[in-house]
Design a binder for this molecule. Structure first.
Ligand code: FE2
Length: 265
C-alpha cells in the first residue's frame, strides 16, 4: 500500500479523491424527532368556539343561543333549562372554586388545561378534568344544535362524511351505536384525528377528545341528564331524534376550523 501511494500520480489522485469525499454533505447523526401519530395541535388551538378559546379567568356560563323550548323536535324545554342553567352552571362554579388559588392556571385556556392535565396540581386534577371538561363539552354542544337544524348534512362536511363512512345513513348509524354503547355517562363525537381523518369516538364522563389529540367537530351528550325527562331509559330514541336539531352550518364551520388548525400545527 505504501509503495502504491508513493507513486506521484496515484498519490495525487488519492488526495483529490479524499478532498472530494470530505466536501460531500454528511448524513446527520441527529435524528429529526418522529412525528407522534397522536401529536396534539398546539396548546393555543381553540375548540370551544371556532375563533377563540374558552377562558378560565373566570369561567362563565355562555347563554343558550336560542330559547330553551326551541329544540323541542328533539329535547323538551325543561330538560334544556335544567341541563343548561343547573348542570352546566355547576361545572362552571366548581371549576372557578377549584381555580380560586391558582392564578397560573386561570391564565390558561380551558383547552390548554385539558391538553396538559399533568401540569395541574394533583389535588385538583380530577376536579379540573371533570369540570373544565364539562364546561367545554357543553359550550360546544349548545352551538352545534339549532331550531333550524336537522336534515341531511351540507357543504364540505357532507362530502367528508360520504368519503369516510360511505353515506350519511351509515355515519348516523355508527354514531348512534357508539353513543348507545357508551356505558354509564359520556359523550359520542365526530372528530378529526391527528392523521386528518374523520373518526367516531366516545369519551367517558366529561372527557373531551382534545385530551387524545383529536379535534371535536360535533358531539352528543349521552348523560341521562340530557334526555331522561322525555325519554327515560330509551337512549336510542333520544339519539335518533337528536339529528332533527343538528346544526350543520356550525358543524361545517368547525370542520373548516379543524382542517385549518391541523394544517398550522
Ligand atoms: Fe350534559
Amino acid at each position: 500500500m505504501r509503495k502504491f501511494l508513493q507513486h506521484p500520480i496515484t498519490l495525487f489522485l488519492t488526495l483529490i479523491l479524499g478532498f472530494f469525499v470530505a466536501c460531500q454533505p454528511q448524513a446527520s447523526t441527529q435524528q429529526t424527532p418522529a412525528q407522534s401519530p397522536t401529536a396534539s395541535p398546539t396548546v393555543s388551538t381553540p375548540v370551544a368556539y371556532v375563533d377563540r378559546p374558552l377562558t378560565a379567568s373566570p369561567a362563565q356560563l355562555p347563554p343558550l343561543p336560542y330559547d330553551a323550548g326551541a329544540l323541542s323536535k328533539a329535547i323538551d324545554a325543561e330538560t334544556m333549562r335544567i341541563h343548561h342553567d343547573r348542570h352546566h352552571q355547576t361545572y362552571v362554579d366548581n371549576l372557578n372554586t377549584a381555580l380560586k388559588d391558582q392564578p397560573n392556571l386561570q391564565n390558561l385556556s380551558i383547552e390548554a388545561m385539558l391538553r396538559d392535565l399533568n401540569a395541574v396540581p394533583e389535588n385538583i386534577r380530577n376536579t379540573i378534568r371533570n369540570n373544565a371538561g364539562g364546561h367545554l363539552n357543553h359550550t360546544i354542544f349548545w352551538q352545534i344544535m339549532s331550531p333550524e337544524g336537522g336534515g341531511q348534512p351540507t357543504g364540505a362536511i357532507a362530502q367528508a362524511i360520504n368519503q369516510t363512512f360511505g353515506n350519511f345513513e351509515s355515519f348516523r348509524k355508527q354514531f348512534n351505536e357508539a353513543g348507545g354503547d357508551r356505558f354509564g355517562s359520556g359523550w359520542v363525537w365526530l372528530v378529526r384525528n391527528a392523521q386528518g381523518q374523520l373518526q367516531i369516538v366516545s369519551t367517558a364522563n366529561q372527557d373531551n377528545p382534545i385530551m387524545e389529540g383529536n379535534y371535536p367537530i360535533m358531539g352528543n351528550d349521552v348523560w341521562e341528564h340530557a334526555y331522561y325527562l322525555r325519554y327515560q331509559n330509551r337512549r336510542a330514541d333520544y339519539l335518533n331524534n337528536w339529528w332533527n336539531v343538528v346544526n350543520w352550518n356550525e358543524i361545517n364551520r368547525r370542520f373548516q376550523a379543524a382542517s385549518q388548525q391541523q394544517a398550522r400545527s
